[in-house]
Design a protein around this ligand. Structure first.
Ligand code: ZN
Length: 73
């Protein structure tokens, strides 16, 4: 797989990704599996991982302003 920004190689890794759920709601998911470009640092999340994270985000307390989750498959 090639980076869509610089054409470099995308390597599997882990990252902490912030997701904004609303004007004042942010969820940080730690240790997410991502593909990271060795050239420019661009991160990609594949579709199955994204679908799983959306499930996790759906279970976050609606009153929370900032929530930090650990990715669990
Ligand atoms: Zn790149």
């Amino acid at each position: 797989m090639r980076c869509h920004v610089c054409g470099g190689r995308m390597e599997p890794g882990e990252g902490d990704m912030p997701f904004r759920l609303g004007p004042c709601r942010i969820v940080i998911v730690k240790a997410m599996p991502v593909l990271e470009c060795g050239g420019c640092g661009e991160c990609l999340i594949d579709d199955p991982t994204m679908a799983h994270v959306e499930d996790m985000l759906g279970q976050v307390d609606a009153a929370a302003v900032l929530e930090v989750l650990r990715y669990a498959a």
